[in-house]
Unconditional design. Structure first.
Length: 136
């Protein structure tokens, strides 16, 4: 889920950064993503709650960036898309507490999962939305 949320959010924000200052409709954005506008509206709501965009209703409404693209690190977008979850997750089943591995595995796995997230954030901190947008 995180993989697609990050990709969709980054696509939306890149499009908004490219069309700097213009109000873009969810239908317009959905055409760029080649997805249903309902999916776009869900991510727009999340991006708005995260303080990345603002919206305006009406005939000439839509969404546009609230922050400058130079002030948005890709890691900020990732954190919003990721929420409290790790990119990788623990098994859904509860390990056997009587097993020497099972009783400790989740604690050790959580350390590894947090390291994975930290590594991703480290890479994404090095690039702003403006940097990413300028590749197009």
């Amino acid at each position: 889920m995180i993989k697609s949320k990050f990709s969709i959010s980054l696509h939306i924000l890149t499009l908004l950064a490219h069309q700097k200052g213009q109000w873009l409709s969810s239908s317009y954005i959905a055409k760029s993503l080649n997805v249903n506008p309902v999916l776009v509206r869900k991510e727009i709501a999340n991006l708005k709650a995260g303080g990345f965009i603002e919206s305006k209703e009406g005939k000439n409404g839509g969404v546009k960036l609230l922050k400058k693209a130079t002030k948005i690190a890709l890691s900020d977008i990732f954190k919003l898309a990721k929420g409290d979850d790790n990119v990788l997750s623990l098994s859904r089943n509860t390990p056997n507490a009587d097993c020497p591995i099972g009783k400790k595995i989740n604690k050790q796995l959580e350390l590894v999962l947090n390291q994975v997230d930290d590594s991703i954030l480290s890479v994404l901190k090095q690039q702003t939305l403006e940097d990413f947008k300028n590749k197009f």
